[in-house]
Ligand binder design. Sequence first.
Ligand SMILES: *Cc1c(COP(=O)(O)O)cnc(C)c1O
Length: 385
Amino acid sequence: MSFDQLGAELQARRDQSLYRQRRILQSPQAPEVIVDGKPCLAFCSNDYLGLANHPDVIQALKQGADRYGVGGGASHLVNGHSQAHNALEEELAEFTGRPRALLFSTGYMANIGAINGLLNKQDAVFQDRVNHASLLDAGLLSGARFQRFLHNDADNLNTRLERTEARRKLVVCDGVFSMDGDLADLPAISPTAARHNAWVMVDDAHGFGCIGQGGRGTVDHFGLGADDVQILVGTLGKAFGTSGAFVAGSEELIETLIQYARTYIYTTSMSPAIAEATRASLKLVQAEEWRRDKLQQLINRFRSGCDQLGLNLMDSPTPIQPILVGEAEKAMQISAALEAKGIFIGAIRPPTVPQGAARLRVTLSADHSEAQVDQLLAALEEVAL
Ligand SMILES: *Cc1c(COP(=O)(O)O)cnc(C)c1O
């Protein structure tokens, strides 16, 4: 059997400007990076608070490795659950105001584990149609009746909830939508779910660290709590600057996931040194309010600059500031033109976003300067969108 067919499919993907290629990052994550040997100014990482390369976090990683070694060495349920993991779980529980938190090795695995640990084919899952791929995959894998509701539309959700007789009902959404940057309408979604006795799960990968009191995320931002959103997921590879993820919630929820979440059970624990690094970044997230203030200033500056340029920005209050372009080909051209000017922004294309909704996903970090945002605006003006 030959691979000719794969070759033809790859060529078709190239022809549609949908081909993905990896770039080689040769520096730490920062506003100024070296990519494929060239220095450039980057606006595409999710390191929103600039903690991925923070000296305290690096130091904690080194000390963690000295104390616990590098590898987790086993799964959590055998003997890979180190004191470092346990301490981080306790601190994340306190941070989120929930009784318990459970660490996973990635956000993708946390979502697969949480949904599949709770639901099976007797149940129903309701997802915002632009939810992150890991949530959609988790819902499909669970075998539960799978429904997508219109983006941020609690009425549409309500209609769907009215028609179900499933054993368990779970409503799932991103806290901050990863490709649009807008917030979930939790003040409408949570009561709608409650009226139908459905649980709410929020994946706040892009909210933690960036919004809410002390960076406590989207649920906190809306003044909601554990009664409104029973299952809270956070990832550690974005604003926290490390890697991994957690689910926070009640004692019963966490114990259930320890028993049944296969992506928790059948995998090696994350490096304990990473857990130690994350404990240091969690301290910075909570203590350094100036990072969120600075980010907000940069967001305001970027948005008003784009407004003056007449650019088609999406309605986002977060560091995710996508510029809608339309066709994938055009997004690739603009991204290449910006790169020629030393500016690196990811072009996001289908199937990550809907057909005809390709975009430049600009992301800002507290480590960017106002001058760098101005440099971006000047380059955007020159590439004539
Ligand atoms: C990035 C992301 C994930 C995946 O998290 P990883 O730790 O990178 O696997 C899950 N959900 C959302 C909304 C994300 O943006």
